[in-house]
Design a binder for this molecule. Structure first.
Ligand code: FDA
Length: 324
């Protein structure tokens, strides 16, 4: 699998852009906000809610941040005007976290304040290990400023994640709200699990720790092993669709959230599993990226993690294995 993925990544620069565009079209919601809104309208019928992400990440000059500031403001205005059930996802390095952290924080704070007025939650996506602690600290500071509508993402593959869950539970108490995923960045064996089985086991362990910590737990995975494990853990804790969150250490129910947990999946990936979970009554959220930077974003993701190339190739060759 690794070899095939690496082969795809090697030939990628030789492929005409339109071929890459044709393949990647199922994984993003178009190049502009209008196409993203159209996608949301049609997928709302499947009982899903959304996390909207403006494609792009690490900028090299602070001027580039202006694009993201303006675009996220436009997204917020439209979500509110059209009444979509949607959150936002932000990549802190796209706002300049690695260049001018103070100004990046101010820009994100402004977006959060506007989102808060409209009961919209904002997730700070987790990027690679260079910004793990900075992103967590940022969330803690924003909470100290009174902004409770923000949370970040913890990555099951990192050794530190169980400690982070417990520290965040101590510091944020009932306001803790995290997304838990395996982690897309291939980190070194000094700080992370590197084989598939250990990553899956560690992610499952993190999901259990998060549920027990009282945090709102957004389970972001398409892996049946992770989803089935989560369903068993939820059942053991007396949690499930239409059941008020029974955990004594959990926060009050919040607008747009499930009963202490939800499932999240990427647009275009394992739609059959998502629809089944939604049909069973679980809150399911689709991560919906859009924007003109789809090519750069896609190529970078493939280079970072050749497994993604294999997943996409498999979806093309065996379409029954992955329905949009
Ligand atoms: P796994 O990789 O084993 O995939 C299980 C199956 O799902 C595959 O066999 C394949 O069929 C399908 N599949 C998975 N990914 C696919 C793809 N891209 N294309 C086609 N098929 C695919 N990571 C991170 O580091 N920071 C973050 O903030 C986030 N945010 C995030 C949000 C949401 C909603 C999701 C679902 C995922 C993330 N991730 C992330 C990515 C995550 O860490 C992880 O890399 C991917 O979800 C793949 O891991 P799975 O648990 O799906 O298992």
């Amino acid at each position: 699998m690794g070899i095939l993925g690496r082969m795809v990544v090697t030939v990628l620069p030789l492929m005409p852009k339109f071929v890459v565009g044709w393949v990647s079209r199922r994984y993003h919601a178009g190049v502009n906000l209008e196409s993203a809104l159209e996608t949301m309208t049609s997928l709302s019928k499947e009982g899903a809610c959304f996390t909207v992400d403006v494609l792009g990440e690490e900028i090299t000059t602070m001027q580039e941040a202006q694009f993201f500031i303006e675009e996220y403001n436009r997204v917020l205005d439209r979500i509110v005007a059209e009444g979509f059930d949607a959150n936002l996802s932000i990549k802190p390095t796209a706002f300049g976290l690695l260049i001018d952290p103070h100004s990046a924080e101010k820009s994100m704070e402004n977006i959060l304040r506007k989102a808060e007025k409209n009961n919209i939650f904002v997730r700070l996506d987790m990027e690679d290990h260079r910004v793990t602690q900075t992103t967590i600290d940022l969330v803690l500071r924003l909470h100290e400023m009174g902004l409770k509508n923000v949370g970040t993402v913890l990555q099951g593959r990192l050794f530190r994640t169980l400690d982070d869950i417990s520290d965040l539970a101590n510091q944020l108490g009932q306001d803790a709200d995290h997304r838990i995923c395996k982690g897309i960045y291939l980190e070194s064996s000094d700080i992370a699990h590197t084989d598939k089985k250990s990553i899956t086991l560690a992610t499952n362990e993190a999901i259990d720790a998060m549920l027990q910590s009282g945090a709102y737990t957004a389970i972001a995975s398409h892996d049946s092993k992770v989803i089935e494990h989560s369903l068993r853990s939820l059942k053991n804790m007396g949690m499930g669709p239409d059941i008020e969150d029974p955990r004594p250490n959990a926060g009050n129910s919040r607008i747009g959230k499930g009963p202490g947990y939800e499932f999240q999946m990427l647009l275009g990936v394992r739609g059959d599993i998502r629809r089944k979970l939604a049909k069973e009554g679980h809150r399911t959220r689709i991560y919906l990226p859009y924007g003109s930077k789809w090519y750069e974003y896609g190529v970078r993701r493939l280079r970072e993690n050749p497994d993604v190339a294999w997943h996409i190739t498999k979806a093309l060759l065996m379409p029954w294995s992955n329905r949009r």
